[in-house]
Design a protein around this ligand. Structure first.
Ligand code: SF4
Length: 430
């Protein structure tokens, strides 16, 4: 007898749409309504029964207990372990990963360290923010700065920023002005009332000019960035005159420090705009799950990524304790990957180091792990096989339910069992 689940949350991107309708037949997903083209293939993979063994050592299936013992042995012998990933996990798994890193006096890091510009900029200058629900109900001016959510977050426009009717925007798109600023036309710019093409290297100059005009100062910056002075003045006036403005931004293509400087300027511009109207800024991360991992790490340690426990307390250093940097410098002798999907984005040297040291990977079923790990666990998928919590890109926690039965354990159960194993083996040798 098919079973229907309503208001199901999708965790594929940071929108965490929680209005899907899923039909389950036995132990497989038979149909999904409301999934976008990013989510469809993800759910389609789940319509096949998982084939992966729950636990393997060197590629060979072995018992759960034996695998936990081997993982505990690896970490018990490690002097500088790294726990990395966490983005496709849930609050329980993220907490367990942080607790293990602390127990081992190791380092815990998330995929944010691969592209930390926005997070570091927000730390430096702060952020005026709000929920996506507030954007939907109030924002009569929406600006997309170097981000293309029509591709990266396909239902963002439908649910929050472009199409929906809101409490104070009863005519939906007719009450809203959409402006896209990017270096070339994008799928998102097709929805825009106005598209401003700003040359890639001149973003900072454009924002600084905008800030001068918003502040009421004389425009002393030479505007040579693909738009005219008049366009800068018009945009500044439009931003000041709106009732509620929302700026969604990406980090662009520059180096990390260039991107960070640009994001800091954007955030300062939004702060300035709040002297005239209500304006908020939201980072649109390239992948989902980053907000949850960073939020849990923040409320557990005080820092969003790159946290080291070697001194007995959490230390944050984005120059020293990122996974890529530690691996490149050979400062990691064992690694736990809570989701191995970020491995291809590491530098060649960091990936080479990963192949040289013992690795313990926890991955979801029905997808190829990104590395041949020494110890491989297949874990239950939160929101499909297990209840949990996912954080939307605006930091709002969304509950996840179990829909399918599974014999796979959750990642927090694996990580906690490894922690107990490490503790037991250390007690034995005391
Ligand atoms: S927009 Fe994102 S969260 Fe919503 S259905 Fe598509 S992939 Fe899932």
């Amino acid at each position: 007898m098919p079973q229907m689940f309503h208001d199901v949350a999708c965790t594929v991107c940071g929108c965490v749409c929680d209005d899907l309708i899923v039909t389950v037949e036995g132990d497989r997903i038979a149909n999904v309504r409301g999934a976008c083209r990013l989510a469809e293939p993800w759910f389609a993979r789940l319509s096949n029964a998982p084939k992966q063994a729950a636990a393997c050592i060197a590629g060979q299936p072995v018992t759960h207990d034996k695998t936990i013992r081997r993982a505990a042995e690896i970490l018990g012998n490690s002097h500088s372990p790294l726990i990395w990933g966490l983005t496709r996990s849930s609050t329980a798994g993220q907490r367990a990963a942080i607790a293990l890193a602390e127990q081992l006096s190791g380092t815990v890091d998330t995929l944010t360290s691969l592209n930390p510009a926005a997070t570091l900029a927000m730390q430096n200058v702060g952020q005026s923010t709000c929920s996506l629900g507030e954007v939907r109900n109030r924002a009569d001016l929406v600006i997309f700065w170097r981000t293309n959510p029509a591709v990266s977050h396909p239902r963002h426009l439908e649910r929050y920023s472009v199409e929906p009717q809101g409490l104070f925007l009863p005519r939906g798109p007719a009450d809203r002005t959409i402006i896209v600023i990017d270096s070339s036309a994008t799928e998102t710019s097709e929805f825009a009332d106005e598209f401003l093409q700003v040359t890639p290297a001149a973003g900072q100059q454009f924002i600084d000019a905008l800030r001068q005009v918003v502040s009421g100062s004389e425009l002393t910056i030479e505007v040579d960035c693909g738009v005219t002075e008049e366009q800068v003045r018009q945009l500044a006036e439009r931003m000041k005159a709106c009732r509620y403005g929302a700026l969604f931004f990406g980090v662009g293509q520059g180096t990390n420090s260039e991107s960070q400087a640009t994001v800091e300027s954007l955030l300062r511009l939004v702060t300035k705009l709040n002297q005239f109207t209500r304006f908020m800024a939201h980072y649109v991360p390239a992948t989902g799950g980053l907000t949850g991992a960073d939020s849990v790490l923040c409320w557990q340690t005080g820092f969003p990524f790159a946290v080291n426990f070697a001194s007995g307390y959490p230390r944050f250093d984005p120059q020293k304790f990122t996974a890529n940097r530690l691996l490149e410098q050979g400062k990691v002798d064992a690694c736990v990957l809570v989701g191995s999907e970020g491995v291809p984005e590491l530098s060649t040297a960091a990936q080479q180091r990963l192949r040289e040291i013992p690795t313990i990977a926890l991955d979801y079923p029905n997808r190829e792990p990104a590395i041949e790990a020494t110890v491989q666990f297949t874990t239950a998928i939160y929101g499909i096989h297990a209840a949990g919590t996912a954080y939307r890109m605006d930091g709002v926690p969304i509950p996840l339910r179990q829909m399918l039965p599974t014999t796979y354990p959750r990642d927090d159960e694996i990580l906690t069992a490894i922690a107990v194993g490490v503790h037991a083996s250390k007690s034995l040798h005391r």
